[in-house]
Design a protein around this ligand. Structure first.
Ligand SMILES: [Zn+2]
Ligand SMILES: [Zn+2]
Ligand SMILES: [Zn+2]
Length: 137
């Protein structure tokens, strides 16, 4: 049984606000990644950009969602698995962006391969984005 939306917020010591509840519900309903604009559209302009932005930042900090950079410089967000906690993300999986339907998928089962960087380079974050045609297209 997955936790209810208010339970997820409480477990992360977040008060249950209308915007947090609604935005988290959107991610649960959607199943894939969402952009800021998607969220703005789907909440029916009920929340302003700043509220949405702050809510997303809080969720990222708490380990509820993670960011996925895209080639057009927009950022997408997707739900994390349970292993992520405040300040510690464990989302080292490959992301897939479909060029046909532009859906972004978290490929949880596919780990990012180890990358060997030259001496002196310390990576904080390595992202692998695969693009192409998804299973639904
Ligand atoms: Zn995460
Ligand atoms: Zn597709
Ligand atoms: Zn992901």
């Amino acid at each position: 049984m997955p936790l209810s939306v208010p339970d997820i917020l409480k477990r992360n010591q977040l008060s249950v606000t209308e915007s947090r509840k609604r935005i988290l519900e959107l991610f649960r309903e959607n199943g894939g990644a969402l952009e800021h604009n998607d969220i703005e559209k789907r909440t029916g302009e009920k929340f302003d950009r700043v509220t949405i932005y702050r809510t997303l930042q809080t969720f990222v900090e708490k380990g509820i969602i993670h960011t996925i950079p895209t080639t057009d410089n927009s950022v997408r967000y997707a739900l994390c698995k349970d292993e992520c906690t405040e300040g510690h993300h464990h989302d080292n999986h490959v992301h897939f962006v479909c060029e046909v339907c532009s859906t972004t998928f978290c490929l949880e089962a596919v780990s990012v391969p180890e990358v060997h960087l030259p001496k002196g380079f310390k990576p904080a974050n390595i992202q692998v984005i695969a693009t192409g045609k998804c299973k639904n297209c």
